[in-house]
Design a protein around this ligand. Structure first.
Ligand code: PLP
Length: 399
């Protein structure tokens, strides 16, 4: 018999399954609110002008395609570090931060997880309840036991901070805590500045290992304000991990461009940590691809391109905000009595709408509107043409 005879069919990825169903739907009015991708007002994934300019310059210079350093180019690492920590950060001056290019935010989480597994194989990883659907599987595949900490409060449509604190405060030392640095996926509910300071204190007092996941820097309030969690941890004197993704903020999804940064206690420690992280990378894919890192580094290090990028990022942020307000107003105009104003307060690409699985099902069957069964919708998939249609459909299913 085949060596694969015992291989079972893996469960379908719920979001990719949704995309397949959406693609197969023949209705012209169909809308896909299930994805985690930013679309412009024409329903297209934008190619940013800053990216276009950097790519054009690269193409014209026709650079050779040698292997990159295992950790990626240093110009890229420095650009990532400045975004996360601020260019004048003492941690950077002290050599306390190492950064390796990674294959998107997912790749950064994975090399971080593999590194941690060698450092502390018996630790448990704690993720928010709920969390990005890949967090659990990713850390489980790296060999960790994964548990939830309380996070979302359906009653307030915000964070149940008391429950979160109580849980984090009771975790065994060495536990790894995955935190969404901003724009929580899937709920859109973030911690406040003061709450972040409390979380830093809990991590310090409990000897926890913070792992910040930064997939949406610039999508809530801006590049600097969205780094608030990283900055509080940076000021704490703790060691911690940060995964960055530029999939969304540079609209470079398929280039797989992200980074893992690790904050250590001292320059000498950084050298040892980097040497081990490089072994993790070397044994996985040897060294990272060139293009995405070259584009991001070029944009971030050129004053003109950087300004262009910041303006385009602000444009994406403002458009999502406009869709949030627009949806709330359109629902009101449709006569919906239920208060949906929380949609305006939630941040980033997503909203936990509170729609039930049955209501989501009705949106799909009756209106061709696809959302995740948890009620998560992607605001960045709304536009001036489909907004009224979506609001009318939601009004019908909540009536
Ligand atoms: N982390 C979170 C919270 C995300 O929402 C995502 C993408 O949706 C990622 C990580 C992964 O990003 P990337 O596509 O860069 O791997």
């Amino acid at each position: 018999s085949s060596i694969f005879a015992a291989v079972e069919m893996a469960p379908r990825d719920p979001i990719l399954g949704l995309n397949e169903a959406f693609n197969a739907d023949a209705r012209e009015t169909k809308v896909n609110l299930g994805v985690g991708v930013y679309y412009d007002d024409n329903g297209k994934i934008p190619l940013l002008n800053a990216v276009k300019a950097a790519e054009k310059a690269r193409l014209e210079s026709m650079p050779p395609r040698g292997y990159q350093p295992i950790e990626g180019p240093s110009a890229y690492a420095q650009a990532v570090q400045a975004l996360l920590f601020g260019k004048d950060s003492a941690l950077l001056a002290n050599g306390q931060v190492i950064t390796a290019e990674a294959l998107g935010g997912t790749g950064a989480l994975k090399i971080g997880a593999d590194f941690l597994k060698r450092l502390n194989p018996d630790a448990t990883v704690y993720i928010s309840d709920p969390s990005w659907e890949n967090h659990r599987a990713l850390f489980e595949f790296a060999g960790f036991k994964v548990e939830n900490y309380p996070y979302y409060d359906a009653a307030t449509r915000g964070v149940d901070f008391a429950a979160m604190k109580a849980c984090l405060g009771g975790l065994p030392a060495g536990s790894i805590v995955v935190l969404h640095a901003c724009c929580h996926n899937p709920t859109g509910a973030d911690l406040t500045d003061a709450q972040w300071q409390e979380v830093v204190g809990l991590c310090r007092d409990g000897g926890l290992v913070p792992f910040l996941d930064m997939a949406y820097q610039g999508f809530a309030d801006g590049i600097e304000p969205d780094a608030v969690a990283v900055r509080h941890f940076a000021a704490s004197g703790l060691q911690f991990f940060v995964s960055s993704s530029f999939s969304k903020s540079f609209s470079l999804y398929g280039e797989r461009i992200g980074a893992l940064s690790i904050v250590t206690a001292a320059r000498e420690e950084s050298a040892r940590v980097l040497s081990q992280l490089k072994r993790v990378i070397r044994t996985n894919y040897s060294n990272p691809p060139i293009h995405g890192a070259a584009v991001v580094a070029a944009v971030l290090s050129s004053p003109e391109l950087r300004q262009m990028w910041e303006d385009e990022l602000a444009g994406m942020r403002d458009r999502i905000r406009a869709m949030r307000t627009g949806l709330v107003e359109a629902l009101k105009a449709e006569g919906v009595s239920q208060d949906f104003s929380f949609v305006i307060k939630q941040r980033g690409m997503f909203s936990y709408t509170g729609l039930t699985a049955e209501q989501v099902e009705r949106l799909r069957t009756e209106f061709g509107i696809y959302a995740v069964s948890t009620g998560r919708i992607c605001l960045a998939a709304l536009n001036s043409r489909n907004l009224a249609y979506v609001a009318r459909a939601i009004a019908k299913v909540v009536a």
